[in-house]
Design a protein around this ligand. Sequence first.
Ligand code: NAD
Length: 335
Amino acid sequence: MKIAVFSTKTYDEFFFREAGRKKQHDLHFLEPRLTEQTVSLAAGFPAICVFVNDQLTAPVMEALAAGGTRLIALRCAGFNNVDLAAARRLGLTVVRVPAYSPHAVAEHTVGPMLALNRKINKAYTRVREGNFSLDGLLGFDFHGHAIGVIGTGKIGSIVAKIMMGFDCCILAHDRTRNAELERLGACYTTLPDLYARSDIITLHCPLMPETHHLINAEAVRQMKQGAMLINTSRGELIDTKAVIAGLKSGRIGHLGLDVYEEEADLFFEDLSTRIIQDDVFSRLLTFPNVIITGHQAFFTREALTNIAETTLGNVSDFEAGRPCPNEVTPDRIRK
Ligand code: NAD
């Protein structure tokens, strides 16, 4: 099938070409992000392949449908950037990669926890400059501390298990309980209780209307003094301005982000010679107790291989008229 692959980076092309050896499709790699301005590039392509910051709004999808596109293949798990109601109305099929490597994201999540706690980023620079002083590098034992995991699906449950390895106490919150985690000792609780008792809070629920700005001023107010907050899920789970206020007051003692609510204009590009126009993001960068990575938690060889193979498999299912297990079905509109 002829596929326009938007937001292509060299690594996408490499892994898709590798996967394409087994599942043959006619891949056209395009660098631009899909927006109302670039959607004309998709004209004549029955399938498009998109990533987390491509814009699948109603006007974009109307233009896609008018240009002959019938399949939107997301090469990611989240589908918060897709107007599913518009897709349904226009008869566009949406498929995704529900799980490519939950381990990749879960393992990355622990990176900023350790780095923030033991100031590894600072220690690295100091030692390279011949400064072996330990002042300012004091951390705490993870052992015995409480980790609040919000969203205990594929990724959150692995994070919980990793943190159990540090002998942490796991407090969990989810709409559905994970029986295996409970058996291993995790305690499900309400959000206010999780906020009040957790030393580290890590977010792994999806972005939906009810989770938008889940971490707002009220949530910050309920947190333990000096709590660490980690978000490797979706930027809009956090009201960034409320979290900045929490950092300024000391209520939030450490912040680790792999995602940011306005990341679409920043992440995945080399902007090192430009002036960043986002003042909220720039303020975040000034805090000594904040570590930000640019949406790289998924970025492992295993994950990129699975993403490419599953995406092309989804396209093959669609082309052959087979039911695709990874279709984002209309019932998800309500979730
Ligand atoms: P999943 O569907 O397996 O788990 C999500 C869990 O969140 C489910 O158990 C669900 O019941 C729970 N949930 C839903 N609504 C909730 C609510 N209101 N409060 C608490 N819990 C709620 O998904 P997953 O594979 O674990 O992925 C989690 C998120 O991670 C994705 O939605 C995606 O946004 C993000 N993600 C980020 C990266 C990255 O590179 N940073 C990569 C992949 C996924």
